[in-house]
Ligand binder design. Sequence first.
Ligand code: MCN
Ligand code: FES
Ligand code: FES
Length: 906
Amino acid sequence: MIKRTLFINGVETRAVVDPQSKLSEFLRTQMHLTGTKVGCNKGECGACSVILNGKVVRACITRMKNVKEDAEIITIEGVGSRENLHPLQLAWMVHGAAQCGFCTPGFIVSAVALLEENINPTREGVRDWFQKHRNLCRCTGYIPIVDAVMDAARLMRGEIKTEDIWYKLPQGAQMMGTAYIRPSALAKVTGTWDFGADLGLQLPKGTLHAKLVQAEVSHANILSIDTSEAEKMPGVYRVLTYKDVPGTNRINGLAFPQNKGDGKERPILCDKKIFQYGDPLAIVLSTDPSIAEEACKKVKVELEVLPAYMSALEAMAEDAIEIHPGTPNVYFDCGVIKGEETAPIFDKAKYTVEDDFYVGRQPHMPLENDTGFSYMDEDGKLIVHSKSIALHFHHLMTAEGIGVDPDKYVIVENNAGGTFGYKFSPTMEGLLGVATLVTKQPVYLEFTQDQHFAYTGKRSPFFMNVKFAADEDGKLLAMEGDFSVDHGPYCEFGDLLTIRGTQFMGAGYNIPHIRNHGRTVATNHEWGSAFRGYGSPQSLFSTEVLIDELAEKMGVDPFDLRYKNVYRPGDTTPQGCEPEVFCLVDAMDKLKPYYVEAKAKAAEKNKEGGEFKYGAGVSLLIYGAGLGGVDTSEAWAEITPKGVSVGNSWEDHGQGADMGTLYHAYDALMPLGITPEQIRLVMNDMEKTPNSGPSGGSRSTVTTGNATRVACENLVNALRKPDGTYMTYDEVVAAGLPTKYEGKWATPGTDQDVVTGQGDPFANYMYGVLLAEVKVNTTTGKATVDQLTIVSDIGKIGNVLLVEGQIYGGLAQGIGLALTEDYEDIHFHTSFTKAGMPQIKDVPDNIKIIHQETERPDGARGASGVGEMPLSAPHAAIVNAIYDACGVRITKLPALPEKILAGLKA
Ligand code: MCN
Ligand code: FES
Ligand code: FES
């Protein structure tokens, strides 16, 4: 131990610390300053940034022995308070620069040091600073963050005042369509928004820490698991294996009836087999996490290692054994049969084009690792807190496996530091549930970054072969497709994902005749979970690159070829139904001048010669809002003495469910004349909030937004008096009327037929057209995105900050998907850097968003969703631009420098 006198946020403190401990641990656990977050815990993300003696340091890689006597430390708690915000905190709120908010304290602290050094930085100077200090953000695409720093600097220089930038809702105005600041922003910028690990530190004394024994091979039969040594270790409370699980020990993957398996192949704790690297084999429990960790090493596992099939193609080989004995590795098939037989059309068509495509295992990389905890409440209910974005699904999927009475089981969503879809699957709910149900003790479990990479789902790779046939004018006549989806060993939502392939290959264009066939394949790679875009980034990549190939073959401009074929009245989607609106022609008209300019600019620069080649590429961006078929949601509204409480389970990854709920509620409650501050949001606790469905499929605005509006309207209608005024809370109670009213919503739509793919699955779609401008270094092969211009049409905008934040963030993830991101190598792709997450300088500061607001008939007051559209196909525009620049056609992502270089050499 060492003794240190420290000045923390200006307060002199005497601390006794382990010299080997980390500054982040000291601040969080000893000083209870949990505003400092820990993400990677490896020095790569900047979430833990603090100022130490005037310099920004990453507290997770700063050992206490290196924190000198009398050191001055500033954490987010010392930057500003709720009552007295620092200009940076204020500007962060105004610009919507905190989405999930996990990176926010680190960024703000880092920016404080920047502005202390230079109060008048350029935008590029700000970007250089965050690059140098490794501040990563996965949500915002960085642009709102730079905007916030620039405005904070102006505030500090006295050039503008708070009133100039602070959004104030005009009296009597509706909130929808404004830049109203989200309710959680204040807590996020002050470091008081508690995530799972922060709540974990506040759990009662005696809480057990769970550590996992996990598989280190990808496929094996389990011969034995011996926990005796581990159990003998002093301080170990209990070691649990499959034998201790009270329930069926299976997660219910909610398989489609056409699935050849029963969907119950994922064990909570492995019993007979290991199906993938990272599978959990035992849970060690101790009040001391380091003892639990040590004891894990003492658990002996005897295995018979089996061949591991690390791709769909390997698992489909004739001699491959069944990963789940009794269920074929190819366990689900679906397709599209639209119009006439395509073979004769291909025979006769003037132009045909065919290619193979691959979009791989993009990792989600939220800054916050998976974290949760569980306990029995005083009524004997099992309560699990996690990052679930599908509370009611996960309840259904895990209750039987854990062995808990569904009526005595509740899931609560903790504030989440981003999920991007990985938490559409249960991760630790089963493990926590079993640990608490067996021991009756509170249990806390947090994944390290390595565990997070190893035991959370990834984007499922698609292997695709696609063909287009077109007439002499370039009108598309037919499409044929064949694709295999590598979904890892667990089928959860893999069938639905494969159906998405049939919905988005060729989407956006009128293709009268289609034959498409997709199959879902079990492999031993990481299990596939939802990832923002869910099937569209894979599908659209194939057709959005293929259309460029067709244009090249025809000798026409790819923009013009798209323009000729995009949906117009009378046209139909691959599902054979009319799109709900026809907005792509207008969107392309808006983008055209930018495209022409970009092409001219690139040609000009290319004429100058040199190492770099410049190019421009385009793609359509499309996603359907909803789960497919009829999609339902529920909410409630209740009058209280203080105003109105509004309840729903609009799970928040960071996208802004709080703000979405607030504007839907406020506008519906306007007749009551209440202020936004009088609306209390009660969200994401199954004990209190109804089944609003998951926050996936960009469905929540349409479904839960509407359910929330209906609940509030029902309340308003119930309170209306004959003279047109409204009852107060006291009057309602005195009249003996109910105070609480439900709202329900169901989208129209029909499930599509699994074999023919025909139906009308989505009430509405989100559309975009994207222009990417890139440069390629012909010496290194490295491609860089210089500029992006998007025309976005998501119907009516709910909140400008949310929508633009979603678009910037989605596009930034698209840059990663296009150029760097991967989780193919389970032993290498295990950190943000190695897995290719874009830093600020990898994302251009130049992203232009042009809004087109075509009202959606079945939207939420004209709005569709937005979350997934910007990640549906930006990588296709980028890859098309790479081809335009240097003639290298990348069809298998990511477009790493070595692939481009090999293409250049060839
Ligand atoms: N919104 C709006 N106006 C519209 C549509 C939406 O203001 N016309 C706002 C909504 O209020 C919400 C956000 O935009 O705050 C996204 O809304 P919507 O598209 O309806 O999607 P969901 O709320 O269902 O969010 C889920 C979606 C998905 S599926 C993934 S994955 C995703 C995403 O949103 N993961 C995210 N965005 C994310 N953003 C962050 N920061 N972190 C994630 O993990
Ligand atoms: Fe410290 Fe990531 S850099 S948590
Ligand atoms: Fe930056 Fe979520 S707001 S990581």
